[in-house]
Design a protein around this ligand. Structure first.
Ligand code: GDP
Ligand code: IMO
Ligand code: MG
Length: 424
């Protein structure tokens, strides 16, 4: 379909990169609409495993354009590096990347600020990726941010960049070593921004032209619904909106221009960083899922927390995003477990009136109620046909489908592009 939004239904890392890569075969453009270098989207292309952080996943397909939307936050230094390493892998970005001039820039000082904030929070820290995401969004909403288009006037941009640096050095009371590092990083920040400024463009215009001429655009989400600052597990969230509605805001598209919303969800749940996770498994089963699923962060390398599939939260996310259909990923990881548990409802902690809260809020007071389903022994890695899946695997998929109320149209059975079952 011409305009499709791909969004994560859990706490990120659902396999959005793989799904976007798969769907972008015939697309004209792939447009990232949320987050920044906190994301890590893994794509296996030409036998190589590539983790994309800020670049849209479609760029791995020759001829597909990449777009970065206005509501993303852009770290120019890491973007320039990412483009360099992609070129080293043999993928030429060239002039295929367009960035909204309105995108806010992650000044290196933002990382120092975030480090200090997390330190002050101590045990209550968010467990951020340390990429300066939060402080950059805060500055944006304080109406003091630096945008890519500001670099069109280099002298003024330089003055403002150095101003942010000075303000942070004194505000944070940085020591000699940090101060020198930040000065070097600010120089690099200014240089890389100036290298990128000629990619600035009116993204809304670019996309509407493609759609008007009948081309397909995939809007690639980052993070996941449960990390959304409004609808996620606040305050353990990221700072940029990441539900499907955010695609319209970031890319400058009216909602009626969207044809489909595809929700991506894992066959179990994971989370990196802190915050409530009702179905978390702090035992050998959780460890086994982590090892089988290679559940280590694509950005920070941190081990991901693992747990059973949470049907209440998945159904909540499917509703919030208005999913047309879903892709269920990493089903192969569950082969070999004699029994699988799925959270189908919550019991509320007695004594707390949770009727005052919306679904998805105050999860720390929720006690999951599980349904136990029989597992399957067979290795299903790389399967491409629904009919050859073991009966228990098919029943598992249909159980999740019923819980979420949205049809699972595709099932991913391995990390590679072709490891996918399309249900007819
Ligand atoms: P994203 O952030 O949503 O793009 O997801 P990540 O790339 O951070 O994490 C998903 C991980 O699962 C990556 O290592 C993928 O290569 C891998 N992956 C994606 N789909 C499948 C699948 O169906 N099976 C297996 N075993 N791995 C998968
Ligand atoms: P992709 O796009 C998983 C998490 C962090 C932390 C919280 C806030 O790969 O799915 P931040 O650095 O954004 O301020 O951190 O959000 N987080 C992610 N977790 N996948 C991501 O992106 C994430 N991006 C941020 O771990 O808990
Ligand atoms: Mg990821």
């Amino acid at each position: 379909m011409p305009a499709t939004i791909v969004t994560g239904l859990q706490w990120g890392d659902e396999g959005k990169g793989k799904v976007v890569d798969h769907l972008s075969e015939d697309a004209v453009a792939v447009a990232r609409f949320s987050g920044g270098a906190n994301a890590g989207h893994t794509v296996i292309s030409a036998g190589r495993r590539i983790a994309l952080h800020q670049l849209p996943s479609g760029l791995l397909r020759p001829g597909v354009l990449g777009i970065i939307g206005a509501a993303c936050v852009l770290d120019p230094v890491s973007l320039v590096r990412e483009m360099g390493s992609l070129e080293d892998e043999g993928f030429n970005v060239g002039d295929r990347l367009t960035i909204s001039g309105k995108v806010h820039l992650v000044h290196p000082a933002a990382r120092y600020m975030e480090r200090e904030q997390e330190r002050q929070l101590g045990e209550a820290s968010v467990g951020t990726t340390g990429r300066g995401i939060g402080p950059t969004y805060v500055r944006k909403y304080e109406r003091r941010g630096l945008r890519l288009e500001d670099a069109a006037v280099p002298e003024a941009f330089r003055d403002r960049s150095l101003g942010v640096m000075e303000e942070s050095i004194s505000g944070l009371g940085l020591g000699e070593e940090d101060r020198e590092a930040l000065e070097r990083e600010t120089e690099e920040f200014m240089k890389c921004t100036l290298d990128l400024v000629n990619r600035a463009s009116d993204v809304s215009m670019v996309i509407s032209r493609i759609l008007r001429s009948g081309g397909t655009v995939i809007a690639e989400g980052a993070q996941g619904t449960l990390l959304d600052p409004d609808h996620g597990t606040y305050p353990f969230v990221t700072c940029g909106s990441c539900v499907s509605g955010a695609a319209c805001v970031s890319l400058g598209l009216g909602p009626v221009m969207i044809d489909e919303v595809v929700g991506v969800m894992k066959a179990y749940n994971t989370r990196v960083g802190n915050g409530p996770f009702p179905t978390e498994l702090n035992d050998e089963t959780g460890e086994r899922i982590r090892e089988k699923g290679n559940e280590y962060g694509a950005t920070t390398g941190r081990p991901r927390r693992c747990g059973w599939f949470d049907g209440v939260l998945a159904s909540y996310s499917a509703r919030l995003n208005g999913c047309s259909w879903t892709v269920l990923t990493l089903l192969d990881v569950l082969s070999g477990f004699p029994e699988l548990m799925v959270c189908k409802k919550y019991e509320l902690d007695p004594g707390i009136d949770l009727t005052l809260f919306e679904t998805g809020a105050r999860l720390e007071y929720h006690v999951p109620v599980f349904e136990t389903l029989p597992g399957w022994e067979e290795d299903i890695t790389g399967e491409t046909s629904w009919d050859v899946l073991p009966e228990n695997a098919r029943n598992y998929v249909m159980f999740l489908e019923k819980l979420t109320g949205v049809s699972v149209r595709a099932i991913s059975t391995g990390p590679a592009r072709e490891d996918l079952i399309w249900r007819t």
